[in-house]
Design a protein around this ligand. Structure first.
Ligand code: HMG
Length: 440
């Protein structure tokens, strides 16, 4: 059976940077440690007034096609994953295809286009759709372009405001991929939840504390479901574990619970017991809350052990480097975590070919999905071709007043001033938002 997976990636970050400890925390009257230590974030990538999900997605897709020397006829489907869509009829992929057709001779008239929605997990669902399409043999040798693009903005003074972000990830999905092959095995944890929703409104309504618990519950179910079709997972099976990262502090909690689960009945559990002085409790609990309390009691000690710290530093921490600087990209977030890990390995000169990743995707509403990936021999060249650091360094540093203005513009506030200022100058050679037209 031919291997199918991710052949190439590109990202495009929002062009503005909001510093959390230096700019946001003082304006909010908060201790900077809440953001840097508690949430694990230093900055957020914010969309400039000429950026939206279409421009960021089109710019990421264009960069990917240029680098891989692709023409529109090489692409058989364009799937866009987003929870920031502005059109309830036309999928965002048609807008992005329209942008790309301005700069290519060919067109995408024979490519299937769609839009996936299930909060943040739809990025991975679109990847799965592309994978299934190729595995079914319906692709006629063509590749799929998957674009995860979001402006993850919250209402001013919402607790989620510090976790904002904006950016797009473009993934090229093909046979015999260069970056990672996806496993056929998957696990799901899915339930109707109402902790995070956006019914016909600009910004989400969020029960933040509950959203953290729902993430952990669905992720636990997904891991168990994954193990029902594979061997039980062991913490040392994977070079990296990229999770959906709304903020790194969330992943810190998920990783500790995952480690507790995966070390059950292994030699690690015995070594942990020696260090902590007791075993975890695995009996059936009456409620999720009772389980969480018992698990948290153990994981608080677990995360202080040398064994865990070493594992976390090698397997999870490298997935968070980009996220700390950009915040939540919703649908793109777990795909940023994968890039972050591969980039760290390349910088350390680690040979990852043949190594496994365990990828944990999540979307509010709520669903978690677990699958494995095998790193392919071309991964290093692909990662070397990215300009992530350059993009992050080139962002314009916002003052708090400017941040307030730009936030108002994205909130379609008629009195917003930022669109009238000339400090935000749209770059050349990129797609930018120009009212209802987009300029190439
Ligand atoms: P909050 O209530 O403002 O913050 O919002 P907090 O008071 O809970 O503090 C956060 C952490 O910082 C805590 O650590 C504090 O102890 C610590 P924890 O107890 O959690 O380990 N802290 C400090 N640490 C050091 N020095 C200090 C200090 N002060 C406090 N001085 C909340 C937190 C997550 C609720 C908020 O950011 C929020 O509502 N975020 C949006 C929702 C969200 O991201 N949820 C995550 C799970 S749901 C998800 O991932 C899906 C999503 O991506 C959407 C989708 O799928 O579409 C959001």
């Amino acid at each position: 059976m031919t291997s199918v997976g991710i052949d190439a990636v590109e990202i495009r970050t929002g062009k503005l940077r909001l510093d959390l400890p230096e700019t946001f925390a003082p304006a909010q009257g908060d201790d900077p440690g809440k953001y840097t230590k508690g949430l694990g974030l230093t900055a957020s990538s914010f969309p400039d007034v000429y950026e939206d999900i279409v421009t960021m997605g089109a710019n990421a897709a264009h960069a990917l096609m240029e680098r891989k020397g692709l023409e529109p006829e090489d692409i058989g489907r364009i799937d866009v994953a987003t929870e920031s869509a502005f059109d309830n009829s036309k999928p965002v992929s048609t807008y992005i295809a329209g942008c790309l057709e301005q700069v290519y001779d060919g067109d995408f008239h024979h490519a299937n286009k769609g839009e996936r929605k299930f909060a943040c997990i739809s990025g991975t669902q679109s990847l799965d759709d592309a994978y299934n399409w190729i595995r079914a043999g319906r692709n006629r040798g063509r590749a799929a372009l998957v674009i995860a693009t979001d402006t993850a903005l919250y209402a001013r003074d919402d607790p989620g405001e510090a976790t904002q972000g904006a950016g797009a990830v473009a993934l090229l999905v093909t046979e015999d991929p260069d970056v990672v092959e996806l496993s056929t095995e998957q696990g799901y944890g899915s339930a109707d939840e109402t902790d995070f929703l956006k019914p016909q409104q600009q910004f989400p309504s969020v029960d933040g504390k509950r959203s953290v618990q729902v993430y952990l519950s669905r992720m636990r179910e997904a891991i168990e479901d994954f193990e029902s079709v594979t061997e039980p997972i062991h913490p040392d099976d994977f070079a990296f574990i990229p999770f959906h990262t709304p903020f790194p502090g969330m992943v810190r909690k998920a990783a500790a619970l995952g480690y507790r689960h995966a070390s059950r009945d292994t030699e690690i559990e015995e070594r942990l017991a020696d260090e902590i002085g007791r075993q975890p409790r695995y009996e059936a609990f009456d409620s999720e809350e009772a389980f969480r309390e018992a698990a948290a009691d153990y994981t608080d000690d677990l995360t202080d052990t040398d064994l865990y710290r070493e594992w976390y530093a090698e397997t999870v921490e490298p997935t968070l480097t980009i996220s700390r600087e950009v915040g939540n990209w919703y649908t793109g977030s777990v795909h940023v975590a994968r890039i972050s890990a591969l980039k760290a390995a390349a910088e350390d000169g680690v040979d990852l070919a043949g190594e496994k990743l365990l990828v944990g995707s999540y979307g509010s509403g709520a669903q978690a999905e677990i699958h494995a990936e095998t790193v392919q021999s071309g991964w290093e060249d692909e990662i070397a071709a990215l300009d992530v650091d350059e993009q992050l360094d080139a962002r314009y540093e916002l003052t708090f007043d400017e941040y307030e203005d730009v936030h108002d513009v994205h909130n379609h506030d008629e009195d917003a001033g930022a669109s009238d200022t000339d400090q935000f100058t749209a770059p050349e050679q990129e797609f930018v938002f120009d009212g209802w037209g987009r300029m190439g």
